[in-house]
Design a binder for this molecule. Sequence first.
Ligand code: PDD
Length: 289
Amino acid sequence: MSPTPQAVYLNGEWCTSDSACVSVFDRGYLFGDGVYEVIPAFAGRLFGLDEHMARLSRSLEALGIVPPLKHDDWLAIFERLLASTDAPDAAIYLQVTRGAPAKRDHAWPDASVRPGVMATVSPIGAIDGGARVITLPDERWGRCDIKSINLLPNTMARQQAVEQGCDEAVLVRDGLVMEGAATNLFAVVGGRLLTAPNGPRILPGITRGLLLDLVRRKRLMELDESFISIGALREADEVFLTSSTKDIWPVVEIDGEPVGAGEHAGRAGPITRLLDRHFQALKTRRSDP
Ligand code: PDD
């Protein structure tokens, strides 16, 4: 049975996923020349909207793409998409490309070519158990802070993880842990929470940022935004991943070895569970009408 067609916003029109058509000259399609966002909505309410829209603006600016819509226009699109789904928790996917000029050319088209805009919605499924991860060399470019649709190294890394029966690939550069293929990474070492610093080597994850704010505001524990060596990761007491569709996702195994020691080995540890409780409470607070 083919899946039910989804509502799609495409270049100013509403259509469905089985009828939406994109030009073969769209630069997203030809070059991966565009940016995207994934914005979660819990119980029908968008979570972290301002943070996601601010990151979208930064990504567009970094690529020199003129913002195609104003905040309220985006909001109207998101609300119509959310109304089109029965899923209690859903993720808005939006992307903006540099548009479709008349012919393929690496150099950018002039300003008369309007950006391509697309948005859809899909359910967020519940997560079943902890994540098993593999480590791989980070083969991405030097501007991982831009949320570009050009995700070939990320998809190749995730695919390798899946082929090894795992959930995520953790990307390592010069012996230091950057992030997952589509997640940020945190480690608990000796009671301190470590995560890679924002900069060109990682995506400034919205979940990451909200969690760091929460830990600081509530003084939950000592924080250290600095790179973790792969050796320290393997010895960490607890490890977890974050993303807009996965919240806080405990890592239970790295390259076939259990994370942590003693009674928590290979299971979500107490600090991960504590942080998750605080994060779930934040989600509920922010989603209150
Ligand atoms: N991925 N790092 C990378 C490389 C990512 O692609 C993502 C998100 C994150 C987490 O960011 P956030 O907390 O803002 O979701 C970190 C999205 C969900 C995706 O590509 O589907």
